[in-house]
Design a protein around this ligand. Structure first.
Ligand SMILES: NC(=O)C1=CN([C@@H]2O[C@H](COP(=O)(O)OP(=O)(O)OC[C@H]3O[C@@H](n4cnc5c(N)ncnc54)[C@H](OP(=O)(O)O)[C@@H]3O)[C@@H](O)[C@H]2O)C=CC1
Ligand SMILES: O=C(CO)COP(=O)(O)O
Length: 349
């Protein structure tokens, strides 16, 4: 059995701690709020994030990262993307031997354009890590903590490490696959949040299921388009961390990104939405990062671009939809190198 230090006692860090604990591992859960840590240790409850769930005994919470890391074999980093770099910097000061780094966060850092595994590689010297693994897929904390059936992907450039994490987490409720396409897994997991905000927003405006299906399908097309440009494998986007997570986030009542989009569609500002949510809405900053990456790489991402203008330039959501619908006509599979096989040519008189 392993000792796992879970950095981040929000909804997802707590739910994954339950999975690890169910598998017999010893879990040290780091959180920055003293009240929350006391409630976890004394009342066995994470009052703010999963108030209805009784936590198992082999989860111990700490406010000091050094205490959580003491004798750990594995680190599971699961704070919001914007906090990841700082948390890793602090953790690094307390690591005494090389550890397996796993992360379960979903985002891209604006400005640096880094995926989480790249941030880990930048902040943690090679001498202090045995491997870097991403755990991603359609998995709302609210269901995982109730031990409802869930499937995710463990991804690492080195298969042995992905398999180690598969073994750590896999149980009868939580099924873990492996995938060596780390770029595709991280890009799919991060960018689906953009599309979830978009689907929530169209619902908030009053549009129906046709708009939802359109956004999900064309959203997946542009996620894959960017992913391929960055070196991902196409089929990953049809998998759990791609299509799977897109479905769950765009259709579930649990999704914070969907709910944030819904409020925006009803006319609330980004600041109002973030304050009201009280939990991380990763898709907002990821929209900024993806917009920047799309511009830098010349990849066309019309949904991301319109959402960027809604979120950061006060563009009315309805106007963004009108612009998306009024774009010049396209092939549905415009990215395929069709050459002489170009189907539109067959329609020429
Ligand atoms: N919730 C879910 O179902 C899933 C979430 N994820 C991903 O997991 C990541 C974490 O999300 P989740 O747990 O849901 O988020 P929550 O909003 O539920 O919790 C956020 C946690 O991060 C802590 N935190 C926030 N800012 C900082 C900071 N600057 N420094 C240190 N800690 C900080 C919060 O502490 P405090 O309470 O003190 O503010 C809290 O413990 C995200 O990337 C999300 O996309 C992935 C799959 C499923
Ligand atoms: O990533 C998630 C489910 O797989 C959680 O999505 P939200 O952050 O939108 O709640």
């Amino acid at each position: 059995m392993a000792k796992v230090a879970v950095l981040g006692s929000g909804s997802w860090g707590t739910a994954l701690s339950i999975v690890l604990s169910d598998n017999g591992h010893e879990v040290s859960l780091w959180g920055r709020s003293e009240n929350q840590v006391n409630a976890i240790n004394e009342d066995r409850i994470n009052t703010r994030y999963l108030p209805e769930i009784e936590l198992p005994e082999n989860i111990t919470a700490y406010t000091r990262i050094g205490d959580a890391l003491n004798k750990a074999d594995v680190i599971l980093a699961v704070v919001p993307t914007k906090a990841m770099r700082e948390v890793l910097k602090t953790a690094r000061e307390h690591i005494e031997k090389p550890l397996l780094f796993v992360h379960a966060s979903k985002g891209i850092e604006p400005e640096s354009h880094m995926r989480i595994s790249e941030i880990i590689e930048e902040e943690i010297p090679e001498s202090l890590r045995t491997g870097v693994v991403a755990l991603s897929g359609p998995s709302h904390a609210e269901e995982v903590c109730r031990r409802q059936p869930t499937t995710v992907t463990s991804s690492s450039l080195i298969m042995k490490h992905a398999e180690q994490v598969q073994d750590l987490f896999m149980n009868q409720h939580f099924r873990v696959y492996t995938n060596p396409d780390l770029i595709g897994v991280e890009i799919g997991g991060a960018l689906k949040n953009i599309i979830a905000i978009g689907t929530g927003m169209t619902y908030g405006i009053g549009f129906g299921d046709n708009a939802k299906a359109a956004l999900m399908t064309r959203g997946l097309a542009e996620i894959a388009r960017l992913g391929l440009k960055l070196g991902a494998t196409p089929l990953t986007f049809a998998g759990l961390s791609g299509l799977g997570d897109l479905i769950v986030t765009c259709t579930s009542i649990h999704s914070r990104n969907w709910r944030a989009g819904n409020m925006l569609g009803k006319g609330k500002s980004v600041d109002e939405v973030e304050a009201e949510m009280g939990m991380v809405v990763e898709g907002i900053r990821t929209t900024k990062a993806a917009y920047q990456v799309a511009k830098a790489t010349g990849v066309e991402m019309p949904i991301t671009e319109e959402l960027y203008h809604v979120l950061f330039d006060n563009k009315p959501a309805k106007e963004a939809v009108t612009e998306l619908m009024g774009r010049v006509k396209k092939h549905e599979v415009e990215d395929l190198k069709l050459g002489d096989q170009d189907p539109l040519n067959h329609f020429e008189p």
